[in-house]
Design a protein around this ligand. Structure first.
Ligand code: PEP
Ligand code: MN
Length: 364
């Protein structure tokens, strides 16, 4: 249930109401929006009569029941306002959110060695990315494939952060590694395969670093939002949702089906910021530019793109990785789309020659 306060409600009245709700056995959560304050009540609110709550203060504008199974994640919980996820990075605070410029995250699938990760970091930064991505712990379908360098990979990410000033986004697969990862990462990624690892979700919810929650390959939107609810219910409100494609029946041409329709759907359901990952979403570098542009046009708040200095030699996800030169060209093209949406950080960037739509040479 949510209690929307009238604008201009004195802070003491809000505190008093929270105390009252606490004494009635509820857990009130104060959400300070851009225009008003909303008090969310979670717990057994089924038996509560909204009219009775309304009587608790003349400053209450409206009392609404959140009908969805996800509460904190729901758009109603913030009375329709989008949330912002502010991430401090060495280069400054980067904000993910509906009313902010599009945030670009780029980097290799896996951290392979210091030279490649630092080089990639510097190149993607120069092209306009705000975050470096790269896995030190890799979820691989085969146990015989490269599993990531683990702890030493984290050190390489720290070196790239130092060299570039970019924020770091990297995946946690096992709760036992979370503290080490959170010491280096500015945003902790929960991957598609772990989207319903509820104990991991609780652990990332109980720490302070923002969480990038990828959609599971066969997850419905409700499954995904309930996973985000797990994180938020442990106290971490900084969740970013990442669409990375869902299982496709046509694997001949695409690795996944990228579901861009989730953007407008999520806007109605949740206040959380949205990232689109066209690299995993298609599986082929040739298709990344089109889907990145489409994602901007559909209103994404952020993009996550795989970039590798030498994709044919990449230890994971080479076929879907752009070279730094291709990424450079793509960013110039994206600026036109971002500017058209009023959401590109640097206005007026030149349009470079079109990114080549090479045909894939091998199938996944
Ligand atoms: C990744 O980001 O490299 C990754 C493994 O992602 P996903 O969980 O979406 O497959
Ligand atoms: Mn990958």
């Amino acid at each position: 249930m949510i209690i929307a306060m009238k604008s201009g409600t004195p802070a003491e009245e809000i505190e008093r109401l929270c105390e009252e709700m606490l004494s009635r056995g509820f857990t009130p959560e104060k959400i300070v929006g851009r225009h008003k304050v909303v008090i969310g009540l979670v717990g057994e609110t089924q038996s509560l009569d909204p009219d009775r709550i309304q009587e608790a203060s003349p400053w209450i504008e409206k009392v609404l029941r959140v009908e969805k199974p996800f509460k904190r994640v729901s758009r109603e919980f913030r009375h329709g306002e989008a949330s912002e996820v502010k991430v401090p990075t060495p280069n400054g605070i980067v904000t993910f959110g509906e009313h902010h410029p599009i945030v670009v995250i780029a980097g290799p699938c896996s951290v392979e060695n210091e030279e490649m990760i630092v080089e990639t970091a510097l190149r993607v930064k120069a092209a306009g990315a705000s975050f470096l991505r790269g896995g030190a712990y890799k979820p691989r379908t085969s146990p015989y494939d490269f599993q990531g360098h683990g702890e030493s990979g984290l050190e390489l990410l720290a070196a790239a952060r130092e060299a570039s000033g970019l924020g770091i986004i990297t995946e946690v697969m096992d709760a036992a590694d979370l503290d080490k990862i959170a010491a280096v990462a500015d945003v902790v990624q929960v991957g598609a395969r772990n989207m319903q690892n509820f104990s991991l979700l609780k652990r990332v919810g109980a720490q302070d670093k923002p969480v990038l929650l990828k959609r599971g390959m066969a997850a419905t939107i409700d499954d995904w939002l309930m996973a985000a609810e797990y994180v938020m219910s442990e106290g971490n409100a900084n969740v970013i949702l990442c669409e990375r494609g869902i299982r496709t029946f046509d694997r001949q041409y695409l690795r996944n089906t990228i579901d861009l329709a989730v953007i407008p759907v999520l806007r109605t359901l949740t206040h959380l910021p949205i990232t689109i990952d066209p690299s995993h979403g298609t599986g082929w570098s040739a298709y990344v530019p089109s889907m990145a542009k489409a994602a901007i046009a559909a209103g994404t708040d952020s993009l996550m793109i795989e970039v590798h200095p030498n994709p044919p030699k990449a230890l994971s996800d080479g076929p879907q990785s752009l070279t730094p030169d291709q990424f450079d060209r793509l960013m110039k093209e994206l600026s036109a789309f971002g500017n058209a949406m009023g959401r590109w950080p640097e206005a007026g960037a030149n349009l470079a020659q079109s990114t080549r739509n090479e045909q894939p040479t091998a199938l996944l």
